[in-house]
Design a protein around this ligand. Structure first.
Ligand code: SME
Length: 168
């Protein structure tokens, strides 16, 4: 199978609709967590401007452990409540951080990151991990990005057809 990352056109909401459609196509018929996280990281990284890190952390029942990503090597383990990823995982709420340097406890994996959005991955009331996107540009993410990236995270969650107990 080959897949082409096609240019997104129209306004940003429309672009996210197209990106979500491409994401769904990319994971179609596949439920492997690592495979889908890897391909979705690549899709988002190569489709959107001004990003330096896109990837997944998976919750192992104790802490977050880095999964498939695009970007520079990252911190491997993050405790719940630590940094932006740990905060999003603990509160189970998307964290949109316009200036990471002002976020208490921010973990600087890549010193180039200036803004960040982290979406918790929750299925059947169970925390599976987080989807983390970083930008070298301050204030890179807004509510359109939040809605769009939450849709992409939703595509990932829907692709995992196995019961949560079997995914981990
Ligand atoms: N900055 C994140 C850590 C993960 S990296 O950005 C890939 C944080 O504070 O949780």
């Amino acid at each position: 199978m080959s897949f082409t990352v096609t240019d997104l056109i129209g306004d940003r909401t429309e672009q996210y609709r197209q990106l979500t459609e491409q994401a769904a196509g990319l994971v179609s018929g596949e439920s492997d967590r690592v495979a889908n996280a890897a391909n979705l990281s690549s899709l988002v990284y190569h489709s959107l401007p001004d990003l330096n890190w896109v990837g997944f952390y998976f919750y192992d029942g104790h802490e977050l452990v880095v999964g498939p990503f695009q970007g520079k090597p990252a911190c491997i383990r993050i405790a719940l409540g630590r940094g932006v990823c740990g905060a999003a995982a603990q509160t189970r709420e998307t964290h949109l951080v316009p200036n990471v340097l002002a976020f208490p406890g921010h973990i600087a994996c890549d010193g180039d990151s200036r803004s960040e959005i982290v979406i918790p991955l929750v299925r059947e009331d169970q925390l599976l991990g987080v989807f983390d996107i970083d930008s070298p540009r301050p204030d890179r993410f807004d509510e359109i990005d939040r809605a769009g990236l939450e849709s992409v995270a939703g595509v990932f969650l829907n692709s995992l057809r196995a019961p949560v107990a079997e995914i981990r």
